[in-house]
Design a protein around this ligand. Structure first.
Ligand SMILES: [Zn+2]
Length: 249
């Protein structure tokens, strides 16, 4: 057995962190950034997200038709994008499509913008149509742990306009559950609070294994958890008030 001690400072890291207007980013959230493809050494994602994306692109032959538009950004880059967009597009457009610096998913290294390959690609609103290879990507995304982060009809919840090109890594099986239940990350992390540790949400995942997902509220004193030594669980902060434990049985 392994004994894990979780302090309230650990809630800011992991694939399920919620970053939006209400929940800013802790500088430590982006860790272990690696390039996704050799052709774009500047486009970085956190290692599990980069590896999942590489497998997904291999499956669909994606890099022939899909371009990487934007991956991890530093706070300074996000600030520059915000300032440029304010100057060029005005405040209304900027607030709809650009996250406030310090509150951008791109600063986590878990999110990316993709565009259909063509000569001119719009940096802020790239074309990512609901047909052809882009649609193939969308249909396989959840299996590899990616969600469309800003869907149509959920603008009042996410605070960002519909962005067909922006994908976020949350990991398996969470992406598949969110897609099946038509939930945004805001709704999903909120819903999981109904499943405290000991009464977790159970379901059979795509790989046939039973998975149990539960929520642990952070406290002033560290939480101690006894978990199996082997690689049969994962833990993520929610960037708000606690942790999400995923156990495979
Ligand atoms: Zn984006």
């Amino acid at each position: 057995m392994k004994i894990l001690s979780l302090s309230c400072h650990d809630i800011y890291k992991g694939p399920l962190i919620l970053v939006n207007q209400a929940h800013g980013l802790d500088e430590s959230a982006a860790e272990d950034l690696i390039p996704v493809t050799e052709s774009r050494p500047d486009a970085l994602l956190q290692r599990p997200a980069a590896q999942a994306l590489a497998r997904l692109m291999d499956e669909i032959g994606g890099w022939q038709h899909i371009a990487f538009v934007s991956a991890w950004r530093s706070r300074r880059e996000q600030q520059e994008i915000w300032d440029d967009s304010l100057r060029e597009n005005g405040p209304e457009f900027t607030r709809a499509y650009v996250a406030v610096p310090g509150h951008s998913e791109h600063q986590t290294g878990l999110a990316m913008d993709l565009g259909a390959k063509k000569e001119q690609i719009d940096f802020i609103c790239p074309d990512f149509p609901y047909t052809g290879p882009c649609q193939d990507f969308r249909e396989s995304a959840a299996k590899y742990g990616f969600i469309l982060r800003y869907p149509e009809g959920k603008e009042s919840i996410t605070g960002i306009s519909h962005e067909p090109w922006h994908f976020r890594y949350v990991g398996a099986p969470h992406a598949a559950i969110m897609q099946e239940q038509n939930m945004t990350l805001e709704e999903y992390t909120d819903c999981l609070k109904r499943f405290p540790y000991g009464s977790g949400l159970r379901r059979v995942a795509d790989n046939g294994r039973e998975v149990c997902i539960s929520y642990l509220k952070a406290a002033a004193d560290p939480i101690c958890l006894k978990l199996p030594e082997e690689d049969s669980w994962s833990l993520s902060g929610n960037n708000a008030d606690g942790f999400i434990l995923t156990e495979w049985r």
